[in-house]
Design a protein around this ligand. Sequence first.
Ligand SMILES: [Zn+2]
Length: 428
Amino acid sequence: MNLHKLLFTRNECYIAGQPLNPTGIMVHSTGANNPNLRRYVNPDDGLLGVNLNNNQWNQARPDGRQVCVHAFIGKLKCGGIATYQTLPWDMRGWHSGGKANDTHIGFEICEDALTDSAYFAAVYQEAVELCVFLCELYSIAPENVICHSEGHKLGIASNHADVMHWFPIHGKNMDMFRADVKRAIVGTGLSPSTDAEPTIRVLTTRTDNVVHIMSLEEYLRGVVPSEMPASWRPEALKAQAVAARSYALKKIESSQGKPYDVDDTTKFQAYRADRIDPRTDAAIEATRGMILTFNGKTAETVYSASNGGRTRAAKEVWGGYIQYLPAQEDTFNAQAKNGHGVGMSQHGAKARAEAGHDFKAILAFYYPGTEIERIIPSSSQQQTSRADYQALIQSRCAFSDPTAVWAALNAHKFADEIYRKWAESYTK
Ligand SMILES: [Zn+2]
């Protein structure tokens, strides 16, 4: 989709500024042989070209009519196809001649003489992408994408033939259009809340000796309280949760072709479902999806009970040099060494948390040079993400600099794939 924005601020409909909570989309076509956007959308922004007849819709009553749609699809001056948003999506439009104005976003496709199949294919695809975008934005079911003539049959629009006087000429109808919208939505994944969480295969030697498949977060609920007393400070528990999550993810990444990712013993990480505790649950939830990465790859966040006052380098213990697992003095580890001493000391983490260090500081000491990243959204992110993305999309429609759009979108690590694709196409 090649989406631009030029709001019809002079149109009486825009000036009325009534709100709309969109639950459907109505597809129109203009009914006149003029595929150029500048016929309807002006003033010229350099891409549209100048409307010499001054009959564009950015005036109080275009052609003397009280009429306004949310967008037009048609040709730019250069011949390329674009969509111009002409009303805020959540402002009531005047497009249906019926009740659909209260519920539907309406857009027009500029008609040619209805003969150019290449033009039709291009604007059809553009219209599909616009509908996918809007369905995503407002959680509109593709079934609620209708054309003006269908709206008339439903009793919510005036008696117009669009778009069914045109689409069939090129072998399309609205059922096919809806199917294409639906396919595109399914093909790109719906929303962040439906993103699959990573799962882990756990061999439970302690109980039934069966491989259990569970979400990574669920697995951690049995790991964190088995690896660290739940009575320890929350920041220590959070550091443990992040380290355990990264460690587990590293195992998941490296165990393809094997029958399980981890077992429930300290050979990997201790896992006991009977130790689940609200305090460690809280630490897991607070760090939901957070892992440590180094140079963009999941870090091998090994840890042990105590290093005796000095962490040991991975190279000393296992022979392989790992930059973020160096030997360094640990003034917070008073206990005798217990374990390999590489990476995080659990007793050191406890002492640091008691001294007021937060989990990020604790992890930064024990795994220097690593960064915290999220592999799944936090719960609050999941709840607010749609609103965030909606705001982002609304705002980015106003961006004139595609690079800024892309940067803003990329800042949302969990932006829907569809939006990413949208931004990619926008920046091309
Ligand atoms: Zn119409």
